[in-house]
Design a protein around this ligand. Structure first.
Ligand code: UT7
Length: 329
């Protein structure tokens, strides 16, 4: 008997109400709407309200995904939260989410840190739990509250990122629909290129780490840009080759959305026109691990992404860590 494969049973997302436009950023740092739009494709992003937490956003997205799947929180038997902006270092954000959504008190719950690739890493994990029978219904959330780890005086980073959460419930598939493959990669040679250097055991928080902005995102944008075009293209091609899918047969690429120019490079290399990339970065900026599940859920709710369509996902972020996923949605 073939091993049961998994599929996405339901999706949900949440973005904070507050919209921060490029024009507002022009008043804060030496930048322009024109620079941001032409270099990145971003027009605006969402910013969490004061007091709103990563687990609040994750719980809202998770509750919507459960509704879409027709399941109760008590039906979950694994909770995986992909984030680099947890509520706290300890305990995991997943434990807060378990409590907030009313999942079972014995439901295993943990975080994974694969930066912008976190949702694909989470899907891979969920698939393996479902295939082995270790779990039946897995909640995977990509969630980031990046506005709290921005240096709002650094124009090279603060114009790029936004807050939000996207969720998927992964369970067993009984038919043709389901995850076809996941491919995960990481290259620790790039650890210097994208970091929040302070606050961990390497640089515990002190008055001077705070004064020097060590608790905010530091990025060498060009390094990440080049790594992204190269690795997103190769991981995408690997996914297509492994499954015998022609570029023309992909209905939608649902990519991590950091920069429209990166995706243009991937489109050229993989041979899938950019109009088949499901994009929303103009409205949300780079929401790291949340960008794929937010776009996926928007596509599903708008009726653009339909059951049975062939989807390709790809993401790369800090680490660098990257990956791809192919599915018959
Ligand atoms: O989610 C995964 C992680 N992140 C990414 O994937 C991001 C990858 N990197 C990128 O998207 C791009 O590298 C950036 C959008 C971050 C930067 O674009 P770029 O074309 O690589 O610009 P650059 O860093 O080479 O900077 C070009 C110029 C510089 O000025 P000079 O040195 O040429 O005078 C920057 O100082 O643009 C300047 N600049 C800005 N100007 C206006 C940098 N940021 C800004 C800004 N507004 N916000």
């Amino acid at each position: 008997m073939p091993a049961p494969h998994s599929r996405i049973l339901g999706t949900g997302h949440y973005v904070p109400e507050r919209v921060l436009t490029n024009q507002e950023l022009e008043a804060k740092v030496d930048t322009s709407d024109e620079w941001i739009v032409t270099r990145t494709g971003i027009h605006e992003r969402r910013i969490a309200a004061e007091g709103e937490t990563t687990s609040d956003m994750a719980s809202a997205a998770a509750t919507r995904a459960l509704e879409a799947a027709g399941l109760a929180a008590t039906d979950l038997d694994l909770i995986v939260i992909a984030t680099v902006t947890p509520d706290m270092q300890l305990p995991s954000t997943a434990c807060f989410v378990q409590s907030k959504i009313g999942a079972r008190r014995d439901c295993p719950s943990f975080d994974i840190a694969a930066a912008c690739a976190g949702f694909i890493y989470g899907l891979d994990l969920a698939d393996k739990f479902v295939r082995t029978g270790a779990a039946k219904n897995v909640l995977v959330v990509g969630v980031e509250l990046l506005s709290r780890v921005m240096n709002w005086d650094d124009r090279t980073t603060c114009v790029l990122f936004g807050d939000g959460a996207g969720a998927a419930i992964v369970g067993a598939s009984d038919g043709e629909r389901g995850l076809l493959s996941t491919h995960l990669y990481a290259d620790g040679g790039f650890t210097q290129s994208l970091q929040i250097p302070g606050g961990g055991s390497a640089e515990p928080p002190t008055a001077s780490t705070v004064a020097e902005g060590r608790h905010t995102v530091h990025m060498i944008g060009k390094d990440i840009f080049k790594a992204a075009v190269k690795n997103l293209s190769s991981a995408s091609k690997t996914a297509l080759e492994q499954n015998g899918i022609a570029a023309d047969d992909v209905d939608w690429v649902v990519p991590h959305q950091a920069n429209l120019r990166i995706l243009g490079g991937v489109s050229d290399r993989v041979g899938i026109p950019l109009d088949r990339f499901y994009l929303n970065l103009e409205r949300y900026g780079n929401t790291s691990s949340a960008s794929i599940p937010i776009a996926l859920d928007e596509g599903v709710r708008k009726g653009d992404i339909k059951p049975g369509q062939t989807l390709l996902m790809c993401a790369l972020g800090g680490g660098v860590a990257w990956g791809s996923a192919a599915m018959r949605f």
